[in-house]
Design a protein around this ligand. Structure first.
Ligand code: F6P
Length: 543
């Protein structure tokens, strides 16, 4: 691909950075009374208000031109058509096929994958209905009341995030517990709570080789055997994986296996059978609504012109913030407690995808790539880290996310949340200038000396860019749209940077080093000489 930084589109954005990019949002709002109309879109029942992003008409036009020049339209089509765009693993990238309508013909290596996807969905549905109706029961005839999902990363975060977000849609008869962490305490806490006879374990691992998942699953199996005998394992364990051999070794019964495909990346796998625990928790009808929501966003991404295309706009605004305004983090702030794991979910999606330092052809990237993504429910964040965002020296771009209608019975509380969401976005954008501080302190009767002493401390520079995503309800369809919007935004940015958003070689080194040290932690005296100082403390303190 030709040089990004030398391209005329990048150069003209550079020039705009020196003019429009230095403008304060307060001035832009004062000059452009129609700023909301110009810099917001409302489609698919989601208001995308980016009027508080530090852009002008020329900047937005320049960003969209850059997207065109980088061949984004063709790249989007290539992804949806199943071309091999994950070049380092020689794989197609087709999580969109998992939610495509059943009449779409999507082929990979000559095979129509839509049929396979639909057949799997159908099987999942049958399984879920069997569990819910009590046709499928535990080994001694008890109905299943508890599901334990064992998985990590993409085999956990989506399950946790979606079932928390859609807690109001949960089946009352089923309790979901998720275990990901390797240290044992999460698993211990869950096993303490559940009755083996009515517990179904869902082991999710695309590769079925992940240490955290397999070691937790082994302990869970032994726990079950100790209580119900080894013949109970086949009825109480199901698995989702591409790796049949490893499932054989784990003695997962053939009828208890669900599959996915190598063209589904772990962090994009929620829509596949990795979502089995989601479907068990909220029912297949709601799971299908989630898929429908994602499909609505997919079709929009495929067909909407760039100036109205949500993922394209979001991705390109992110490029402006990251590469031109130099903001190296994106803080995601849901104003709905039900979305409390959404930032964590997006962390894997965004940072595992775009945390790359070389282009597709292996050359060093020319500019910064993926930003650090972090966040918390907005209310809590206001009382913890917002001080730094308002007045600290570090700067972040912000995404506010909020439903208009409460995800609880307390609409009055949600109104307060909305007022805070909007109020914070306003404060971040406009700040609080010297004149306002002066007037406030004078009106409180302060003398000149006190005002002079306090003034600098009370100033808020503002000009912190943010977007707001506002929608009527947090329901399965809306959640599907939101997730797919962020998925495609990540893809848009990867196209601009010419990086592979679908591999994750960086995680491998840490895994390899950790594996090589397991025996050293168990028997410190056998560990490498240069680690003896550290390992000796393990020997000293282990009971
Ligand atoms: O952390 C690396 C990773 O490979 C993720 O990409 C993936 O979601 C996670 O581990 C779990 O992998 P698996 O589903 O194969 O157990």
């Amino acid at each position: 691909m030709s040089s990004l930084l030398q391209s005329p589109e990048w150069q003209s954005l550079n020039a705009l950075m020196l003019s429009d990019g230095t403008r304060h949002l307060r001035d832009l709002f004062a000059e452009q009374t129609e700023r909301f109309n110009a810099f917001s879109r409302c489609e698919m029942d989601i208001l995308f208000d980016f009027s508080r992003q530090r852009v002008t008409h020329p900047v937005l036009a320049g960003l969209l031109k850059l997207a065109e020049a980088r061949g984004l339209r063709a790249k989007i089509n290539a992804m949806f058509n199943g071309e091999i765009i994950n070049t380092t693993e020689q794989r197609a990238v087709l999580h969109t096929a998992l939610r495509a309508s059943s009449d779409r013909n999507i082929t990979v290596n000559g095979r129509n994958v839509t049929h396979e996807v639909q057949a799997n969905l159908q099987r999942m549905q049958g399984f879920v209905e069997d569990v819910h109706s009590g046709r499928k029961r535990g080994s001694n005839g008890k109905v299943f009341t508890d599901i334990v999902n064992i998985g990590i990363g993409g085999s956990d975060l989506g399950v946790v995030m979606v079932t928390e977000a859609l807690a109001r849609y949960r089946q009352p008869s089923i309790k979901l517990h998720c275990v990901s962490n390797i240290d044992g305490s999460q698993l211990a806490d869950v096993l303490e709570k559940v009755d083996a006879a009515s517990t179904l374990f869902v082991v999710c691992s695309k590769t079925f080789s992940t240490l955290e998942t397999l070691s937790n699953a082994r302990i869970a199996r032994q726990w079950l055997v100790d209580r119900l005998g080894s013949e109970a394992v086949s009825g109480h364990f199901v698995a989702v994986s591409t790796n049949d051999k490893a499932m054989d070794a784990f003695q997962i019964a053939p009828e208890s296996r669900f599959t996915l495909w190598d063209w589904v990346g772990g962090r994009y796998s929620l829509w596949s059978a990795i979502g089995l625990s989601v479907a068990l928790t909220i029912g297949t009808a709601n799971f299908r609504l989630l898929l429908n929501g994602a499909r609505i966003m997919d079709e929009h991404f495929l067909s909407a012109p760039f100036e109205n295309n949500y993922p394209v706009l979001m991705g390109m605004l992110g490029i402006w913030n990251r590469n031109f305004l130099g903001l190296d983090s994106l803080c995601v702030l849901p104003y709905d407690q039900r979305l409390h794991r959404f930032p964590a979910y997006l962390q894997q999606l965004d940072m595992e995808s775009n945390g790359k330092r070389v282009t597709h052809s292996g050359e060093p990237v020319e500019c910064d790539t993926g930003a650090v993504l972090w966040g918390e429910p907005g209310s809590n964040a206001q009382h913890s880290f917002f001080q730094l965002l308002h007045q600290g020296t570090a700067r972040a771009a912000l995404d506010f996310i909020a439903p208009v209608n409460a995800s609880s019975d307390y609409q009055g509380q949600q109104n307060l949340a909305l007022a805070n969401c909007l109020g914070q976005a306003q404060a971040f954008a406009l700040g609080y200038n010297e004149q306002e501080v002066q007037e406030e302190l004078q009106s409180r009767g302060m003398d000149t000396a006190t005002i002079a002493r306090l003034k600098q401390h009370k100033l808020h520079p503002g000009n912190r860019p943010s977007s707001i995503l506002l929608f009527p309800h947090l329901d399965p369809v809306t959640l599907g749209k939101l997730i797919a919007m962020y998925e495609h935004k990540v893809f848009v940015q990867s196209v601009i940077w010419d990086i592979n958003a679908f591999d994750q070689w960086g995680v491998e080194l840490g895994k390899k080093v950790a594996d090589s040290l397991v025996s050293a932690v168990e028997k410190p005296e056998t560990g490498p000489v240069n680690l003896q100082g550290f390992l000796s403390h393990i020997s000293k303190w282990r009971k």
